[in-house]
Ligand binder design. Structure first.
Ligand SMILES: C[C@H](O)[C@H](O)[C@H]1CNC2=NC(N)=NC(=O)C2=N1
Length: 79
């Protein structure tokens, strides 16, 4: 689940291997660009850690971050 701390939403997603993690990242990349709202994220083998904040709002959590978090969850659940 997403946690909100220090004006950021954060969630770590775990997969069976790198291939699955990267396939998820590719799907998320399309959606974030369509929404014009981009994550800060890292990938380590089978884990993808995503941080969301709105830079244009002075690095605060806004409705845009919540909407994107839901869209990312949807992608993960349909993996
Ligand atoms: C010009 C462009 O619409 C903006 O820079 C967008 C791009 N992606 C963004 N992503 C995030 N996370 N926050 C923003 O404020 C933001 N702004």
């Amino acid at each position: 689940m997403w946690t909100e701390e220090n004006d950021k939403l954060k969630r770590t997603f775990e997969f069976n291997d790198f291939k699955e993690a990267f396939a998820f990242m590719k799907k998320v990349a399309v959606v974030v660009d369509d929404m014009d709202h981009h994550p800060t994220w890292t990938n380590t083998y089978n884990k993808v850690e995503i941080t969301l904040t709105t830079h244009d709002a002075g690095n605060k959590v806004t409705a845009k971050d919540k909407k994107l978090a839901e869209a990312i969850d949807q992608i993960f659940e349909n993996k």
